[in-house]
Design a binder for this molecule. Structure first.
Ligand SMILES: Nc1ncnc2c1ncn2[C@@H]1O[C@H](COP(=O)(O)OP(=O)(O)OP(=O)(O)O)[C@@H](O)[C@H]1O
Ligand SMILES: [Mg+2]
Length: 263
């Protein structure tokens, strides 16, 4: 079984064990446990404020969890900074993408993940030939992934001219340069027009067929039903249940969680 709400076995690509995050007295993520197998496109749904983005923030090192364990390919990543988690192969995109507006689309994809600047400084100084080769490789990879997501015609434009959907595609290209094992997408469908949404779905499918595992937060249930298995449901910080899209979307507890939400 690819995911469950009990204590997880340790052999998935991503193992989350009793993860919690509280803000003051508010328990935003409450004892969440699941296993995502390599090769899956997992879905994470739930009403506004359920704790989905907070869970992503804790998994990716953007926020320290209050307690719990996270294993990526059997290695503990809980408590490690975002740059280290990214380097270990767990990448994420943001609910509201904020590219550097005045940098070009290409430059945005080539930006080094934060935390590696010092490392780069010393390598630059000591081994310029190695650095030059790495830069060429990064440039080639950036162009490849921008082409893959359909933005090759805009590489020299400032990122501020991109639409919401194009910004989502830019983020996908940016994370793919690092060849992650698993990509966490926070609402890839939000604010995206239907044509571009189809394109994003196609890209996720193609990347998955090439071996990338995904976990996707999404409110668009058509997208979830088309792409995701297993689908996990969060409500009020807890993992309510998980299963196939059909089973989960027809479950009375899920309907109730959405109806009871403040949004
Ligand atoms: N940095 C923070 N400080 C304090 N409270 C926070 C913080 N981030 C999130 N919260 C609270 O934690 C809860 C979960 O928020 P979160 O953004 O994770 O929800 P979500 O499931 O992603 O919702 P949405 O579908 O609207 O994006 C909410 O009550 C929110 O107000
Ligand atoms: Mg969110």
């Amino acid at each position: 079984m690819p995911a469950n709400t009990g204590r997880p076995s340790e052999d998935g690509l991503l193992v989350v064990d009793a993860l919690s995050k509280n803000f003051g007295g508010h328990q935003a993520v409450n004892q969440v446990s699941f296993v995502l197998q390599a090769g899956a496109i997992g879905g994470l749904i739930g009403p506004n404020g359920a704790g989905k983005t907070t869970l992503f923030n804790c998994l990716t090192g953007f926020m320290p969890a209050s307690s719990g364990r996270v294993l990526l390919d059997g290695v503990s990543i809980a408590g490690r900074p975002a740059s280290a988690v990214f380097a270990a192969g767990l990448a994420r995109t943001f609910q509201i993408p904020r590219p550097f507006p005045e940098m070009t689309v290409l430059e945005n994809v080539m930006v080094a993940p934060r935390g590696q600047i010092g490392e780069r400084f010393w390598t630059n100084w000591l081994r310029p030939a190695v650095v030059a080769r790495q830069e060429r490789q990064t440039l080639a990879a950036a162009r490849h992934w921008l082409d893959f997501v359909g933005l090759s015609g805009l590489v020299h434009e400032p990122a501020r001219i991109l639409s919401g959907g194009q910004r989502k595609l830019l983020e996908l290209a940016r994370v793919m340069v690092a060849e992650p094992k698993i990509v966490l997408l926070d609402e890839p469908g939000a604010g995206v027009n239907p044509a571009l949404l189809d394109q994003i779905v196609d890209k996720v499918r193609a990347l998955n067929a090439q071996g990338t595992t995904f976990l996707i937060i999404e409110h668009n249930m058509d997208l979830v039903a088309a792409l995701c298995s297993p689908v996990m449901v969060m409500a009020e910080g807890r993992l309510l249940l998980s299963g196939t899209a059909d089973a989960v979307l027809g479950d009375a507890r899920v309907v109730e969680a959405y109806l009871g939400s403040p949004a």
